[in-house]
Every structure is written in C-alpha cells, then in structure tokens.
Design a protein around this ligand. Structure first.
Ligand SMILES: Cc1cc2nc3c(=O)[nH]c(=O)nc-3n(C[C@H](O)[C@H](O)[C@H](O)COP(=O)(O)O)c2cc1C
Length: 165
C-alpha cells in the first residue's frame, strides 16, 4: 500500500480475532510512533505495551470500551512524559502525531487498531493501576490486533466543506 492507500485503509477496529501479535511487531508499531515530529524534537512520549490477559482485564475496567481492550491481544498505552514538556499544547499535538504513525504502521502490517480516548476520564486511576509514576500522563490506549470481520464503514466531510473561503 502506498501512503494514501494506507491512510484510507485505516479504520477503527473494535472486534478482534484471538490471534496473538508478536512482540517484535508491537515494538515495530511503537517504533513508528518515535518517528513522529515533535516541537524542538523533544519526543515527549513514553509507552507501555500490555499483552498480559490479567493486566488487560484490569485496564478494561476503566473504560466503557472494555470489550475492545478485552478482545484485542495488545493494548499500547501512550503517555506524555511531563518531565519533557516545553509547551503543553505542542507536546500533546506531537503525541497525536505519534499515535497516528502507530496506527498507520499497524495498518501497513495488516493489523487493526482502535485509538481509545474515553479511558482518559480515568487516567489517574489507570496510572495507579499500572504503577506508572506521577511524571507520566496517559494520552491514549491503542488497541491492536487482527481484525475480526470487516471493520465498520466510516465517512468524511467533503474537502470543500473543510476549506475556508
Ligand atoms: C482522540 C480520539 C479519541 C477516540 N476515542 C475513542 C474511544 O474511546 N472509543 C472508540 O471506540 N473509538 C475512539 N476513537 C475512534 C473514533 O471514534 C474514530 O476514529 C472515528 O469514529 C472515525 O472512524 P475511523 O477511525 O474508522 O475512520 C477515538 C479517536 C480519536 C482520534
């Protein structure tokens, strides 16, 4: 797939087959995140890769999208490293770019993903559960796995609706 095809092929996947995803593949997805741009190249991100079923079950209790985390064989937690922050707005934008890189890399590898943001309502509880120090602020959990069935259809506004005169 070329770049445009990969961008268009990415869909939020909420149902997963039970197939395990190899650790090296998960590392490759995170590695793609590291190549995102960031202000002053400060790279304000940290990650926790979760594949253990009990840990996933624990994580699932903090979101109404629990079934996505339960079914996906892996959950990639993305944190803002607050010790690296130089501009909170810009650092959060960089984390968004990092996450999108991860989603596109997973798509290119034939895997499904879902960017989970609702879990941020319980970000402090998640941090405590994962025993992550206070320096790291949860930004998203990315579910990763082999898609079960066809992902839901999605649509976008027309370009002309998005262009300001
Ligand atoms: C910041 C952000 C937070 C999101 N949070 C959730 C979430 O908590 N649960 C979920 O199922 N999808 C979540 N999504 C996925 C969106 O619902 C999805 O991207 C959107 O509906 C478009 O569908 P598509 O990704 O298939 O193109 C989130 C996406 C973003 C960018």
């Amino acid at each position: 797939m070329n770049c445009e095809e990969t961008i268009r092929a990415r869909r939020s996947v909420r149902r997963y087959a039970p197939d395990r995803v190899d650790d090296n593949v998960l590392r490759c997805i995170v590695q793609a995140g590291l190549w995102a741009p960031s202000g002053l190249n400060n790279q304000p991100w940290k990650f926790k890769i979760i594949t253990d079923a009990r840990q996933k079950e624990g994580l699932a209790q903090f979101t109404k999208y629990a079934s996505v985390i339960r079914e996906a064989p892996a959950a990639l937690c993305v944190f803002l490293d607050t010790t690296q922050v130089y501009s909170r707005d810009k650092d959060i934008m960089a984390i968004g770019a990092c996450i999108q890189n991860m989603l596109l890399q997973a798509t290119a590898l034939g895997l499904g993903t879902c960017w989970l943001g609702e879990i941020l309502n319980k970000k402090n509880e998640v941090g405590k559960f994962l025993n992550i120090g206070p320096d790291y602020e949860l930004m998203a959990v990315v579910a990763v796995g082999v898609s079960r069935g066809k992902p839901e259809l999605s649509s976008r506004k027309d370009l002309d609706q998005c262009l300001l005169p």
